[in-house]
Design a binder for this molecule. Structure first.
Ligand code: NAD
Length: 374
């Protein structure tokens, strides 16, 4: 039976990397019935909105989508499609694996961790009041009545809501993901010593949920600042990290840097009923149409989709092929070569071809690490 999947090419380099991922997914032997829909610049041109209803409807129907990156137009009044998708489909969990690959230059070795970021609350909830606005002034007056905090009159204000319900949902998700993927430890990250009623609630709720998993998955919680330092010094100590929205965003980038950057950073946004798979990187407009950029992050996002669909064997074969090509370092894009102008670099299409050929030969990387995808 073919899987019904919504395919969104995206903007900039999106169509090139999304096509590479689609070809690799098809080469696994799993069959798909692609439903191609547009979002972003092409959708603005056709429908006057970057996220047309028919695209959203299709994702709701299939429950699964793979999407190329989308440009957020600056100063044209359009909000980010990515934020809108998360909100409209309640994709509450952002999952970003960070794994060291032989052949990818990175500041540290042997990293294999997974970031689970809460996607709906925190300072990213979008509740903000501009400096000098009526609402901000009113809020400041009210806060001064309730507390003796010295708030400056012209302050801008962002609200940080964190609830037990959303925290419980994301921490439970992190534990269940850890169990399904054979991971051993979940670390909850917070700053509960300073923000007692938001991060404190996140910490207490995490500890309570963790009790239900005692004996199956280890648990600890740590302060976000100390964690940043430990991630740089000893990233191997971490397994699954669960974080509120803002810290999740920042630590995702930090960890992507630890394993060599955006070219190999896949991701997924997952809700109760729907999941959207996409690379961490953006649409890199300057490389549009040049058949130049690295398709690995998008292909690995496709691999996460295979896992989500229960196609673990295909996911494993695809991940091994990506790893073998990276390790060999011959058929790889410019960003993975020792210098950016290396004449032996191949294009996006050719790197995908090499991954497909490697998978068809059944070639595996010489190291046996990480045979279980993410
Ligand atoms: P970007 O990730 O698009 O590009 C930054 C730089 O990273 C590029 O110039 C390039 O040098 C490098 N890069 C990115 N992807 C690469 C790849 N696959 N292979 C090799 N090198 C790669 O970030 P940006 O320039 O800040 O954003 C461009 C646009 O993308 C913006 O409109 C932004 O809003 C959007 N964006 C979209 C998403 C998404 O759709 N999920 C995510 C991030 C940014």
């Amino acid at each position: 039976m073919a899987y019904d999947v919504v395919f969104i090419p995206g903007d900039g380099i999106g169509p090139e990397v999304a096509d590479a991922a689609r070809r690799c997914l098809e080469a696994t032997g799993v069959t798909f019935s692609w439903r191609e829909h547009i979002a972003g610049e092409a959708a603005i041109a056709k429908f006057g909105t970057p996220l047309p209803d028919e695209t959203l409807k299709a994702i709701r129907e299939t429950g699964v989508a793979i999407k190329g990156p989308i440009t957020t137009p600056i100063g044209k009044g359009f909000r980010s499609v990515n934020v809108a998708l998360r909100k409209q489909l309640d994709l509450f969990a952002c999952v970003r694996p960070c794994r060291s690959y032989e052949g990818v230059r990175a500041p540290v070795k042997d990293v294999n961790l997974l970031i689970v970021r809460e996607n709906t609350e925190d300072l990213y909830a979008g509740i903000e009041f501009a400096s000098g606005s009526k609402e901000a002034s009113q809020l400041i007056r009210q806060i001064k009545q309730w507390t003796d905090q010295p708030l400056r009159e012209e302050s801008g204000i962002s609200i940080k809501p964190i609830s037990a319900a959303a925290t419980e949902r994301i921490v439970r998700f992190a534990f269940e993901y850890a169990i399904r993927h054979g991971r051993k430890k979940v670390t909850a990250i917070h700053k509960a010593n300073i923000m007692k009623h938001t991060d404190g609630l996140f910490m207490e709720t995490s500890r309570r949920v963790a009790k239900g998993y005692e004996g199956r998955v280890a648990f600890e919680d740590r302060l976000v600042d100390a964690t940043c330092m430990q991630l740089v010094l000893r990233p191997q100590e971490f397994d699954v990290l669960v974080l509120p929205n803002l810290y999740g965003d920042i630590l995702s980038d930090l960890c992507a840097g630890l394993v060599g950057g955006l070219g190999v950073a896949p991701g997924a946004n997952i809700g109760e009923r729907t999941a959207v798979f996409e690379a961490v990187h953006g649409s890199a407009p300057k490389y549009q149409g040049k058949n130049k950029v690295n398709p690995a992050a998008m292909i690995l996002s496709g691999m996460m989709m295979l896992e989500h669909l229960g196609e673990r064997d295909a996911a494993r074969r695809l991940e091994q092929a990506v790893r073998a090509v990276l390790q060999e370092g011959r058929h790889v894009t410019y960003d993975l070569k020792p210098t950016r102008d290396d004449p032996t670099a191949v294009g996006t299409r050719e790197m995908a071809d090499a991954i497909i050929a490697t998978m068809k030969r059944g070639q595996t990387p010489s190291d046996k690490k990480g045979s279980d995808p993410f």
